[in-house]
Design a protein around this ligand. Structure first.
Ligand SMILES: [Zn+2]
Length: 228
C-alpha cells in the first residue's frame, strides 16, 4: 500500500490536484460550508496531506452535496511545506498573523521578554551531548521563575517585535493571510453556516487528536473531539 504521507511538497500537491478534480462539480450547495486547511505551519503539511487524503477517500463520500459545500486548502504555507519550515519565507508564524484591524502592536505579550533568551539561543547548537544538561538547567530555572504557566502563555501568544524569535507574528499581513481572509469573507457571504477545520501537528498529547475550539464556541474540547 502506498504511504499516505508524501515525500515532497510537489508530490503532495500533484496527488491533491488529481484527487480533487473529479469532486469539483459535485459540491454546489450554498447552505453549509466545510473548509479543511493544512500546512499553515508548513512542515506540518506532510501529516495534513495524509489527513486530506483520508478525508477525501473515506469521509467526503458520506457528506450530502445537496446541503454541504466543501473548500479544501492543500497548503496555506506552501513555501514552508516545501522547505520544511513552520514559518513562511519572511519567518512569520502565520497562526500569529491574523491580526484584527492591522494592529500589529509590538508591545503585546510583555512576558516574552523574560524568556526571549531562553527561547531564542544566540548561537548554533554544538553537540547534543554538551547541550543537554545546560538546557535542562535553563528549563528548570524558567519553570521556577517566571514559572510554567507564564512561559507557556508568553510563548504561545506570539509577538511582533523579535523578527528572528519564535512565534513572530510579523508586522503586517502576509500574502498567505490575505488569501485566507479573502476566502473567509467569501465563505461568510455565500454560506449560511461555515466551519473550518485547520489541521496542525506538534501540539497536545502524543499520538492523540486534540480539538481546539475558538473561545466563542461553548462546546467543551472533549465533547468536540468525540463528535468530530
Ligand atoms: Zn501548527
Amino acid at each position: 500500500m502506498d504511504s499516505p504521507f508524501p515525500e515532497s511538497y510537489e508530490e503532495s500537491r500533484a496527488r491533491f490536484l488529481q484527487d480533487v478534480e473529479p469532486q469539483r462539480a459535485k459540491w454546489i450547495s450554498w447552505q453549509n460550508l466545510i473548509m479543511i486547511s493544512t500546512a499553515e505551519h508548513g512542515i506540518e503539511g506532510y501529516v495534513g496531506s495524509a489527513m486530506l487524503k483520508v478525508f477525501m477517500d473515506e469521509f467526503a463520500p458520506r457528506l450530502d452535496p445537496e446541503n454541504t459545500g466543501l473548500l479544501l486548502v492543500h497548503a496555506i504555507n506552501p513555501w514552508g511545506m516545501k522547505n520544511h519550515y513552520r514559518v513562511n519565507s519572511n519567518h512569520v508564524d502565520l497562526n500569529r498573523n491574523f491580526v484584527f484591524d492591522n494592529d500589529f502592536n509590538p508591545k503585546i505579550n510583555p512576558d516574552y521578554d523574560l524568556i526571549e533568551n531562553f527561547l531564542n539561543p544566540k548561537r548554533p547548537v554544538r553537540t547534543l551531548r554538551s547541550e543537554a544538561i545546560p538546557f535542562l538547567v535553563k528549563v528548570i530555572r524558567n519553570m521556577i521563575q517566571p514559572g510554567k504557566a507564564r512561559v507557556q502563555a508568553a510563548s504561545l501568544l506570539g509577538q511582533h517585535r523579535y523578527p528572528n524569535g519564535i512565534y513572530f507574528g510579523g508586522t503586517e499581513h502576509q500574502e498567505e493571510t490575505t488569501v485566507l481572509m479573502d476566502l473567509y469573507h467569501r465563505a461568510l457571504e455565500e454560506y449560511q453556516n461555515f466551519v473550518q477545520i485547520d489541521m496542525h501537528t506538534g501540539y497536545g498529547p502524543r499520538h492523540q487528536m486534540t480539538v481546539i475550539i475558538p473561545p466563542l464556541d461553548p462546546t467543551p474540547s472533549n465533547e468536540a473531539t468525540r463528535k468530530y
